[in-house]
Write a protein that binds this ligand. Sequence first.
Ligand code: 5GP
Length: 183
Amino acid sequence: MQRVTLKDKTFVPYITSDKILASVKVMAQKINADLTDDMPLFLVVLNGSFMFAADLLKEVTIPCEICFIKLASYHGTSSTGTVTEMIGLTDEIKGRTVVVVEDIVDTGITLEKLVTLLTKKEVKQIKVASFLLKPDAYTKTLKIDYVGMEIPNDFVVGYGLDYDGLGRNMKDIFVLDKNVDSK
Ligand code: 5GP
């Protein structure tokens, strides 16, 4: 693996595709064992999770459904400030087991907002599967049920994750080379 430059930043190899896929397989095995009889609905949070979701769900062998959503933030007119909205949810989710599929959890703010929205829809239970987790950045108490890998608080790209729109298509994960630039 070679270093890559995306716009003004240089990234160095971090996690190989082989390691990623091995870890995703273990996640799927746990989900298969835990949710065998639940007929879960996998809620894939776009854009970043598309690659992880595809690999994960190829290894999920229990009966399930899959739905893709996007989160949009806008400033509400009330004093509540930023409001988060879920776009693309077409399935009825009341009473269902929902598995949120995330690429990465950093502070956990995004995830907490999504879980709040899902709770209002009276789901039966919410499970969270995130391929990456930055424990040092995580500020929330919500349990992340399935984690592929824990990483330090560094900026990574590839495997669905972008830098300014670029790098999502790379099958390996790269980390920002702090020695080269930190603009
Ligand atoms: P949080 O709300 O947990 O702080 O951040 C979640 C979102 O921030 C992720 O879904 C992702 O879009 C973005 N993010 C957080 N850390 C990284 C990172 O290291 N690399 C990239 N490309 N995006 C990140």
